[in-house]
Design a protein around this ligand. Sequence first.
Ligand SMILES: C[S@@+](CC[C@H](N)C(=O)[O-])C[C@H]1O[C@@H](n2cnc3c(N)ncnc32)[C@H](O)[C@@H]1O
Ligand code: SF4
Length: 378
Amino acid sequence: MQCALHAAGLCYSCQWIDKPYTQQLQDKHQDLERLLSGLPVETWLKTVSSEQSAFRNKAKMVISGSVERPVLGLPLKDGVAVDLCDCPLYPPSMRDAFPLLKQFIQRAGLTPYNVERRRGELKFILLTQSRLDDGLMLRFVLRSEVKLQQLRDALPWLQQLLPQLRVISANIQPIHMAVLEGEQEIMLTQQQALEEHFNEIPLFVRPRSFFQTNPEVAEKLYATAQEWVAELNIRNMWDLFCGVGGFGLHCASTSKIRLTGIEISAEAIECAKRSAQAIGLEDIHFDALDSTQFAESKFQQDIPELVLVNPPRRGIGAELCRYLSQMAPDYIIYSSCNPQTMAKDIRQLTGYRIIKVQPFDMFPHTAHYEVLTLLQRQ
Ligand SMILES: C[S@@+](CC[C@H](N)C(=O)[O-])C[C@H]1O[C@@H](n2cnc3c(N)ncnc32)[C@H](O)[C@@H]1O
Ligand code: SF4
């Protein structure tokens, strides 16, 4: 893929952009073979490829420059601001929105936050797009509420020019640098969740809930898990780290399964419950809890036949591995965006063998990828 910003030496986020795409896929496969070396794998499935451009549904833009000439892009480096509005990873419909967002910043007088001087208000803009109807969720990360009224007053202008804006919010992040988002989210529209459909399953995304960033590949990932689970002929499963419920809802919509979904974010759990209701699923329980604590509380009672886990990059960790090994469900499905921690966890899941494994190229032009692995109790 060609990227003018990379060619000009302005953005190096895609480390593998100069590598032919087929080579990228081969390298990811080899990396996974290396990570799982010594563990017998019954079946290796071919890597699911991605579109090479316009595949991302989410933009995280750092705001720099001035209120008259805002820049949406990378953090300032040596005083230089790099604008990513023409990044080819975003679909044209998202790229069309960026110039209007710049005009909005000018109209609303949202001074970009200057990290060095610790002055200004607007830190980030986060834009998420649904493929359902090109609907958009827009979040402004502000240092404080000082400019909130100005932002509210200027919003009707933006909503008129971008009628596909469904959800708008302001996140207040008073801490200098540190994490991207703060604790306080102020909704600026009545609609609080963006609706997306994967394989005809309705999913809802709220400002602070995790959502997959490559919808085409994520749709294939969920469909594959759905197929694998249907073949297992099981009656009950847990979906741990379930987010807005993508995996569990897919599995329960085609197989008659009693599903328990566990996720730390209460907002994401609200979304998952809404989807279950929209599909008309009944034997489904979603709860906002820590996955390890949940597994611990259920220890030796109500053991499901399948536990599906899809943790953050840190993996499920030694403690949950220990509980799962002791609980010994018939099957474990591990979906991971960090194969290194997945391989480490699998080595700690004693008494299981790998039935099949499949990489999904969720993050083209980088060394990252997603993996789906089915384990069976020996
Ligand atoms: C990689 S995301 C996967 C989400 C979901 N399975 C999906 O397909 O979109 C990991 C999820 O784990 C959640 N999480 C993080 N720590 C957790 C914990 N200790 N217990 C339960 N969920 C947690 C995050 O909020 C996030 O939604
Ligand atoms: S993130 Fe976008 S702008 Fe940066 S290298 Fe990748 S494709 Fe180019």
